[in-house]
Design a protein around this ligand. Structure first.
Ligand code: ADP
Ligand code: MG
Length: 323
């Protein structure tokens, strides 16, 4: 099978949204032609996933397809944007039909869920690697940044941080979990839910926002650094993200929540006087929502224990160039 029939068979016809006429020219020419609406700003983001670095070697192709797009959609969500179009640069050792079918199924399952259209890409032979770029839109001046948290704001997170890390640990046979819990954690690892709806809802409330990819502590450190402030997290609240049924002791549970990567939850700040209104308005159909701390003056991220004592956290999130 040559490159062109591969593109045609697996990628060229799988999704299009008849109500969206923004794509004037999609896959098939030298470049796509897209017409954004007036009053919209564009958001660009790219992420690469490399075999055995970003996913364990035995990961199912469907999960790889799904997750490659999910991690990019998460970056658009973190700006409170709408994901619209994407490109796919795929490097493959060989054109394995079963693998490609599963990969495309996972990819388009998520693309269709959020109405984001594949408009181009590149296909090459080489070690398995997937680079996706997503373009999103946001109403002019409405994108939410990392740099705008204020002292007194409360810190919130969506969903259940820490479970994906425990999923990774079970896949690598580092820990053993009860079967049901194992399934849930591996599902979180392989099929992260991009929080696009949550991000869009937060346009009216969040003062700053980031998505958690490297770990809660490391990503909150990015917010406080960019915003020139400090944050205090409550250990009691964080420990609750890991259900007792997993049989993980509190220290390891806290480590997973604080330092485990791959959560793809939204971490954001809300002015104190808007919190009650936000919580009331938060639609039940969205993810869980938890207040985990507050923004204070100073620098760095602190963890406050049950006893009231605080300690400064090291930024021990995932970092490709540190040991
Ligand atoms: P060019 O050589 O002009 O860059 P290519 O031969 O690489 O174009 O690709 C042909 C067409 O197929 C282009 O429109 C490109 O965007 C699209 N394409 C290539 N690979 C993929 C892919 N993996 N997914 C989606 N579209 C792709
Ligand atoms: Mg060309």
């Amino acid at each position: 099978m040559d490159e062109f029939s591969l593109i045609k068979q697996y990628f060229a016809v799988k999704n299009s949204n008849p109500t969206d006429d923004s794509v004037k020219l999609g896959i098939g020419d030298d470049s796509a032609i897209i017409k954004p609406g007036s009053g919209e700003e564009l958001l660009f983001t790219t992420d690469t996933l490399i075999n055995a670095v970003h996913f364990p070697g035995q990961t199912a192709a469907r999960a790889i397809g799904y997750k490659s797009l999910a991690v990019n959609l998460s970056d658009i969500a973190a700006m409170a944007g709408t994901a619209r179009w994407f490109t796919l640069a795929l490097s493959l050792p060989e054109p394995d039909h079963n693998w490609l079918k599963e990969f495309a199924d996972g990819l388009f399952e998520l693309a269709n869920m959020f109405d984001v259209q594949l408009v181009g890409g590149d296909t090459t032979r080489g070690p398995l690697s997937i680079t996706i770029s997503v373009i999103g839109t946001v109403t002019e001046n409405m994108g939410i940044r990392r740099s705008t948290a204020k002292v007194g704001d409360r810190v919130f997170i969506t969903g259940e941080p820490g479970l994906a890390k425990l999923g990774l640990s079970t896949v690598k046979n580092e820990i053993e979990l009860p079967e049901k819990e194992k399934k849930r954690c591996v599902e979180k690892l392989n099929y992260p839910q991009p929080r696009l709806k949550e991000g869009a809802f937060l346009r009216d409330y969040a003062s700053s926002m980031i998505d958690v990819s490297d770990g809660l502590s490391a990503d909150l450190a990015h917010i406080v650094e960019a915003s020139d402030c400090s944050a205090v997290l409550l250990s009691q609240v964080l420990a609750e993200f890991i259900p007792e049924s997993l049989g993980i002791d509190e220290k390891n549970a806290l480590d997973a929540v604080l330092y485990g990567g791959d959560d793809y939850e939204l971490l954001f700040t809300v002015p104190a006087d808007k919190c009650e209104e936000m919580k009331r308005a938060w639609p039940a159909s969205l993810s869980n929502l938890s207040c985990i701390g507050a923004i204070t003056a100073g620098e760095g991220v602190y963890l406050q224990e049950r006893t009231g004592e605080s300690r400064k956290l090291t930024a021990a999130g995932y970092n490709h160039f540190h040991g």
